[in-house]
Ligand binder design. Structure first.
Ligand code: NAD
Length: 267
């Protein structure tokens, strides 16, 4: 791995207040990037940005709900003003969902829509706001965080989650095709189980004293047991894959979905 792959580059990382997004912001900054730390939770974004600044990296925190097109446009304008043109976009923000675990008849329309608004429309709004500028400059890299659920089905969530993450893979391929000729690569990663607040929240939900909750807790334990690499992933291991795809080390990789799941397909 080459050092300082992001010197003089500006990166915008969504969901950077926690988990995979936070680890990605830290890694990109450690390799020279100026990082815009974007999260719907302003305090979490500020905490990550403070950590970056304390280690000597230029960073700003922006509170933004990626499900709002207007908020995304304002966020991108502010990043370009304060940190310069964006070279790397990491769409990490996402929400899990437990609605619909009991079947599609238990999935209400609002829950379905919110998962799509955050997990799929969010990356669409970010790409729409950033890709034209990257195309003008003739360079840029986007990494979308999908999920194992986008290829298979969610282990802990419902059909909205799986569908939104599958949709994100379609967006990735289409934009990779459209923007490849203009010097931009668009790729995705598909994490398996990652030890972050998202998966811990799934376990907490399963702490409810119901038969379904017991089954879900056992499934989560079995999930790590049957994996060829017998543990959940650390957020830093996902961040490493994001940074690789965002870097010039991946200069001929475009439109792929890189599975970062410890070999879960063989489980
Ligand atoms: P996390 O909950 O630790 O972090 C997600 C961050 O996104 C949080 O800081 C949250 O505030 C932010 N966020 C949520 N909604 C937002 C919105 N509307 N606008 C802006 N920010 C928002 O979760 P994580 O595990 O780090 O998940 C990151 C990504 O990885 C998600 O897209 C998730 O679907 C995906 N993923 C996670 C796992 C896993 O096992 N944890 C597995 C596969 C995929």
């Amino acid at each position: 791995m080459s050092a300082a792959r992001f010197t003089d580059r500006t990166a915008l990382v969504t969901g950077a207040g926690s988990g995979i997004g936070r680890a990605t912001a830290l890694l990109l900054a450690s390799e020279g990037a100026r990082v815009a730390v974007v999260d719907v939770r302003g305090d979490a974004a500020e905490e990550t940005a403070s950590a970056l600044r304390e280690s000597g990296s230029p960073a700003i925190a922006i509170t933004c709900d990626v499900a709002s097109s207007e908020a995304v446009v304002q966020t991108v304008a502010r990043v370009e003003l304060e940190l310069g043109a964006i070279d790397v976009l990491a769409n990490v923000a996402g929400i899990g969902d437990t609605a619909g675990l009991g079947g599609i008849e238990t999935l209400d329309d609002d829950s379905w829509q919110r998962v799509f608004d955050v997990n799929l429309s969010g990356p669409f709004y970010l790409c729409k706001a950033i890709l034209p500028g990257m195309a003008e400059r003739g360079r840029g890299a986007v990494v979308n965080v999908s999920s194992l659920a986008g290829r298979s089905k969610s282990a802990n969530g419902g059909p909205a989650y799986s569908s939104s993450k599958a949709g994100l893979l379609g967006l990735t391929r289409h934009l990779a095709y459209d923007y490849g000729p203009r010097g931009i690569r668009v790729n995705a990663i598909g994490p398996g189980g990652v030890d972050t607040p998202m998966i811990r929240a799934a376990a907490a939900t399963s702490a409810r004293p119901t038969a379904e909750a017991d089954a879900r807790r056992e499934r989560l334990q079995a999930y790590s047991y049957f994996m060829p690499i017998k543990r959940l992933s650390e957020p830093e291991e996902q961040a490493a894959a994001i940074a690789f795809l965002a870097s010039d080390d991946a200069s001929y990789i475009n439109g792929v979905a890189l599975d970062v799941n410890g070999g879960l397909y063989m489980a």
